[in-house]
Write a new protein. Structure first.
Lengths: 688, 319, 225
């Protein structure tokens, strides 16, 4: 089948899964069996279609006779959209395994009132519609796929809005919780501000190109100033969706409150669609790239990565932490894109290819491991009804399989060799290290600083995920629910296993992945990363073998050898290790509450980087004498500066303006009639 | 091909030399410190005896320890051993250096640290968590400083492959580079922090509240502890070798001929012995810092490496 | 002209120039008075080494006199005077709380990049061995100013001022192999007099407002408290 047909099939299957789910309120099996199977088919078709577009490296276009009278729907599937389509496909396939098990939680809410559902406090949950969940999920996936297929601004914006609105409805799914409603509203508001800005960006291009098709935009010749304006608008609009600092505030609010498999889709995949939009707009449509754009993107990316990880580190809510970590990873992707732009603009296409490769690779990697981590967090939530890390602990003994997959996810996101996160960050660093070729000394001195901050980000990410894994999965259980958790079902485990396996594969054979990505760079930059695989599949050599090389397969082989040697030499058969109490300083009676909590773990770093957060920390002591405490309460609230520095002033401004405007609302029908009358007069005058 | 095979064989031998020689370096430092502090010094071979003793003992595990706790020592040792295998010790031709460049080397250290910290948290005591938290804090500040120092070198040598970089520096002859001076100082400070030496951490402390690294390994014993201790010694040696072979590469063998290698061995022993004297002096003169002074120490290291980059750009490239 | 093509002495100039810059950063980071004075002395010493090396490479023998003068004045005499002053005022162990020390250092690094950017056209015009150090000398001046801005104690401010003077002298050496001897002697004498006067002022300030914190001088303004 041609790739475009497969893509149609994927969209159709996604929509169909939504339709099938309509019956779910009466027959829950319709959602579990029908809807998710169709989603699985959708995912497979997307992977196949995207993969075929990538492998053949061809563009297939089509026009559908829908839409505006003067503008048919233009569709196109080229390697770039194929790559992102495959990313969506992978996540959707995983969801289709995971979903049937996970939504049982919501079924119970519908049919048997009494047991506490996952994301809800007990006793307060009204009926939740499974049909709505299934319907909006299907529309959401279809919307994301359609964004990738769009070849004119009209289809793009419609698909974009479908994606935004359906995901809003999913965020608002558990709307009985006021915090969720607030998060959903914030999301809807900012998504629309972003969409408006994107529309303006397309407007600039359409104005110069004389048409709304992407082909017309490609042909447009913009003056440098207008091109910069268009780029700034696009960066703002797509950056808002992707979670770029300081436009990120909605993301950690909205992503975590959706059902976990939807969180996974939003954090793992939807922000990639925004990245796709930025790449499409900048590298494909705008044409002549200027180095100052690259520098701006690099600077914003660095800030996003660093602030994202610092905020992630201080979170105690598992899913919120993951959402902030998505902000960090978007920053890393933006850094790669920024470097690529700088290299393109200064006439070093071969290096631009390396940087673009890094950004694309990281998009893929992040989609895989972030989906895995969200699904894992969902699995923990499903069994323990806990999102607070400080109430978990010791889950490795209760949920061994989930713990293993989560370990792989944590190792990947912490960018440790030989897992996949490391490869893309290594590539980003390698691209940054090629700055000596640049003529400008200022760039030569700034880019290494950005690279060092990337290293800081990576190290802090490692600390964050040591915290996550150590507090949630290791040690002793801190609450009763957690102590009695059970392993999740086969489907959920299979989904996580699939993604964990991908984490390993993408980390160990990077050269094969790069072969896959090659057609994209060929398409966008007219150049293949020829040097990267010059020494065969074993060696990754992004610039040249002499400059840098990395061989993940050999690293894995050496690791395996050490393990084997260690086991053979040191392990003594037939003698099991004795167990005993750990060292308790001689006081006796270690309890679970004595363990380091997530708050405690982050304390040194919180102190070092204190100005980054708005920290409200209080200790309330009840003491009878200076040395005897009856009780102590530690209160900590870590706030986001961008709220009070940017959003609240804007919010106040809008409210004040609204009050001004509100004065014209007199309530008298005759005054309203007069408004209409004068508007009519004005319009009549305008069109003559 | 035969040539190639010799090189790979030599790389394996060199790694063994690294692993085998590391306790000797630690023993030498301990001996020097004892002499400087007017204490009776243990034999040079004491670390070997300690390791042998630990390997002979039976394992006792903490009650709540999971498989992570048991696997961590092997991962730590494996990662550090891999790191050792890519650093040229006595000769430049090192095919294994292509497996992992200097950024991957930092990644190996990070991998070892990750598992070390997880193992600390696995037993579910306050000390383990405390050690893990502090170790990750120090590391997250040290890592950017280290990479920044490394970037200074790679911008000069235009490669991140350690063996190629050393050859490049050796070929240039004696060049006074201001950036290298800063990178050297920065790397030395990072090395002190990363290997848990005074003033960041005290390798000899047994007071729980002052421990960083030791707190994460508190519950380890027998072969597990032996592996972790040994890995620590190798890590110290890796940093020492990196510093001496990058900044003073003279003496290292360019080709795999017998006299060159013999000279290389003598040279590296001399360099490491000298460096150990400096470290022992440094550790005798200084006292351990408060934990929250460490960020300033490492911030200064970062500043040094930043100055390294800046002076490289400003002073060392042609206008 | 690449670094490897230069003679070892020329490379030495660059190294000592970089170290002068480094001492500026050390002063910026140093919160105690006494180490601050030592760092200032080191800067003077390194500056005189740089000057001597420039004299050696360029063959301008009058620079040797400048180097000696710098060493005697800025590495020995003025630091000694400041040190004695600090001891007599009993402030040598005072620790000043610098707000956001790491931010200050980062700002310093940004200043260095900025100086490089600004000095680039000047360096392109020059054909001297020292042309690359023009940016460094400018940075020394600006870092001295930054030191004066971020510090509140009068002694630290004087050191900042002297460090600016160091930077200016350095700039003269770097861009034109030094000023005419008579100008240099004049400037040196000025600095010496300034140092003596500052000493007198310290006692005056302290006896009138009981502190060397220059922020306290605000109350002298007409608005008052």
């Amino acid at each position: 089948m041609s790739p475009l047909l497969l893509a149609y099939a994927a969209v159709a299957a996604a929509l169909l899964s939504g339709v099938v789910a309509l019956a779910a309120d009466r027959f829950p099996a319709a959602l579990r069996r029908g809807s998710f199977t169709l989603l699985g088919i959708c995912g497979l078709a997307a992977v196949a279609g995207g993969g075929e577009a990538l492998l053949t490296g061809q563009r297939s276009t089509a026009q559908l006779p829908f839409g505006l009278p003067w503008l048919n729907w233009h569709l196109r599937l080229d390697p770039l959209s194929g790559f992102f389509m495959a990313i969506i496909g992978i996540a959707v396939v995983a969801i289709s395994f995971y979903g049937p098990g996970y939504v049982r939680e919501f079924e119970r809410t519908v049919h048997a009132h009494g047991t506490a559902p996952a994301d809800v406090e007990p006793h307060t949950h009204p009926r939740q519609s499974l049909a709505a969940l299934g319907l909006f999920t299907g529309i959401f996936v279809a919307g994301m796929l359609a964004v990738l297929l769009a070849d004119d601004a009209f289809v793009f914006m419609i698909a974009w809005e479908v994606m935004s609105v359906s995901s809003y409805l999913l965020v608002a799914y558990q709307h009985h919780n006021p915090a969720n409603r607030h998060a959903a509203f914030l999301y809807l508001l900012l998504a629309h501000v972003g969409a408006l800005v994107i529309l303006l960006a397309f407007g600039v291009l359409a104005g110069f190109g004389g048409g709304f098709t992407f082909d017309a935009m490609r042909a447009a010749h913009l003056t440098p100033v207008w091109a910069s304006i268009a780029f700034a608008l696009a960066l703002f609009g797509f950056g808002m969706k992707a979670g770029m600092v300081p436009l990120h505030v909605w993301l950690p609010e909205a992503h975590p409150v959706a059902p976990s498999h939807i969180s996974a889709l939003m954090s793992g995949v939807m922000i990639k669609v925004a990245i796709y939009g930025l790449i499409r707009f900048t590298f494909d449509l705008l044409g002549q790239i200027q180095w100052s754009w690259g520098l701006a993107t690099l600077a914003i990316g660095t800030a996003t990565a660093l602030l994202g990880v610092l905020y992630a580190l201080t979170q105690n809510d598992f899913k919120r932490l993951l959402a902030y970590s998505s902000v960090e990873n978007v920053g890393i992707i933006l850094m790669g894109l920024g470097l690529s732009m700088i290299f393109v603009a200064t006439g070093h296409p071969a290096l631009a290819v390396v940087a673009l490769l890094a950004a694309l690779y990281h998009s893929l990697n992040h989609a895989v491991f972030k989906t895995l981590l969200f699904l894992g967090a969902g699995a923990v939530l499903y069994r323990t009804h806990e999102r607070d890390l400080d109430r978990m602990g010791g889950l490795i003994r209760r949920m061994p399989a989930t713990a293993l997959f989560m370990l792989i996810g944590c190792l990947s996101i912490a960018a440790l060799p030989p897992f996949n996160g490391f490869v893309s960050e290594w590539l980003t660093l390698q691209a940054a290290l090629q700055v000596p070729v640049l003529a400008s000394g200022v760039l030569r001195s700034i880019i290494p600083i950005a690279a060092a901050l990337l290293a800081l980000t990576t190290a802090l990410a490692a600390a964050t995920f040591v915290k996550v894994y150590g507090v949630a999965f290791l040690g002793q259980a801190r609450t009763r629910h957690v102590a009695h958790a059970r392993e999740v079902g086969l489907g959920m485990r299979a989904a996580m296993a699939l993604l964990a396996l991908l984490c390993v594969v993408l980390g160990v054979v990077p050269t094969l992945v790069i072969r896959l990505i090659e057609p994209i760079t060929q398409d966008l930059l007219r150049l293949r990363p020829a040097a990267a695989t010059v020494r065969g599949w074993l060696w990754l050599t992004p610039v040249s073998p002499h400059v840098a090389s990395y061989s993940a397969p050999l690293v894995v082989a050496a690791m395996a050898f050490t393990f084997l040697a260690g086991y053979l030499l040191l392990h003594r058969r037939g003698r099991s290790a004795r167990r005993s109490q750990p060292w308790d300083c001689g006081f006796g009676g270690l309890s679970a509450r004595m363990q380091y909590t997530s708050t405690a773990f982050a304390q040194p770093i919180r102190k070092v980087f204190a100005p980054v957060w708005q920290i409200d920390e209080r200790v309330e002591k009840v003491q009878t004498s200076p040395t005897r405490f009856v009780s102590m309460r530690h209160h900590l609230h870590v706030g986001d500066w961008s709220w009070s520095a940017a959003y609240q002033p804007i919010g106040h401004l809008v409210l004040a303006a609204a009050r001004r405007v509100g004065r014209i609302q007199t309530g008298s029908i005759r005054v309203y009639l007069a408004y209409s009358f004068f508007t009519l007069l004005l319009l009549l005058w305008l069109i003559t | 091909m035969a040539d190639n095979l010799t090189e790979w064989l030599f790389a394996a031998l060199q790694t063994l030399l690294f692993i085998g020689g590391a306790p000797l370096l630690s023993g030498w430092i301990k001996r020097l410190k004892c002499h400087l502090q007017n204490r009776a010094a243990p034999s040079l071979l004491q670390p070997y005896r300690d390791l042998a003793k630990l390997f002979g003992k039976d394992v006792v595990l903490a009650q709540d320890a999971s498989w992570i706790f048991r696997a961590a020592p092997y991962v730590v040792f494996g990662a550090i051993m891999l790191a050792a295998s890519v650093v040229p010790l006595v000769a430049i031709p090192l095919p294994t250096a292509a497996i992992a460049d200097v950024i991957v080397l930092v990644g190996f250290f990070a991998l070892a640290r990750f598992f070390q910290a997880l193992a600390g948290m696995d037993i579910g005591t306050a000390f383990g968590g405390m050690g893990a938290s502090r170790e990750m804090t120090v590391a997250s500040l040290a890592e950017p400083a280290m990479l920044m120092a490394v970037f200074t070198l790679t911008m000069t040598a235009s490669t991140t492959n350690i063996s190629v970089a050393i050859r490049h520096i050796l070929d240039a002859g004696l060049v006074l580079r201001p950036s290298f001076l800063f990178a050297l100082l920065s790397l030395a400070m990072v090395a002190v922090a990363e290997t848990g030496r005074i003033p960041i951490d005290n390798p000899a402390t047994h007071l729980e509240l002052t421990m960083l690294h030791e707190a994460t390994v508190l519950e380890y014993g027998a072969r597990h502890l032996a592996l972790i201790d040994w890995a620590g010694m190798i890590k110290l040696m890796i940093y020492a070798v990196l510093i001496s072979n990058i900044f003073l590469p003279w003496g290292i063998a360019r080709h795999l001929t017998f006299p060159a290698i013999a000279l290389g061995i003598v040279a590296i022993i001399a360099k490491l012995a000298l460096l150990a004297v400096l470290l022992a002096l440094w550790e005798t003169v200084l006292a351990k810092m408060r934990l929250f002074r460490v960020p300033q120490f490492l911030g200064f290291a970062f500043l040094l490496s930043l100055l390294g980059i800046l002076t490289h750009v400003i002073l060392e490239t042609a206008v | 002209m690449h670094l490897t093509d230069l003679s070892l002495y020329s490379q030495g100039i660059l190294v000592s120039a970089a170290l002068v810059l480094f001492t500026s950063f050390v002063m910026l980071a140093q919160a105690r008075i006494q180490p601050l004075i030592y760092a200032f002395a080191w800067q003077g010493a390194l500056l005189s080494v740089t000057t001597a090396l420039v004299a050696l490479v360029s063959g301008h023998s009058h620079l040797y006199i400048s180097a000696l003068l710098t060493f005697g004045l800025k590495a020995l005499l003025i630091p000694w005077m400041l040190y004695r002053l600090a001891r007599r005022l009993n402030i040598q162990y005072d620790v000043e709380t610098v707000s956001h020390p790491s931010l200050t250092l980062l700002a310093g690094a940004v200043l260095v990049v900025f100086c490089y950017y600004v000095a680039l056209p000047v360096a392109l015009l020059s054909a001297l061995v020292t042309r690359n150090t023009i940016a460094v000398s400018m940075a020394t001046v600006l870092l001295g100013m930054l030191l004066m801005i971020t510090r509140r104690t009068a002694v630290a401010q004087v050191i900042g001022f002297m460090s600016i003077e160091n930077g200016l002298f350095f700039a003269a050496v770097a861009s034109t192999y030094g000023m005419p001897m008579i100008v240099e002697l004049g400037v040196a004498f000025d600095v010496l007099v300034a140092a003596v006067l500052f000493g007198v002022f310290f006692f005056q300030i302290r006896s009138s407002i009981d502190s060397l914190d220059v922020d306290r001088l605000n109350r002298l303004s007409e608005k008052g408290e």
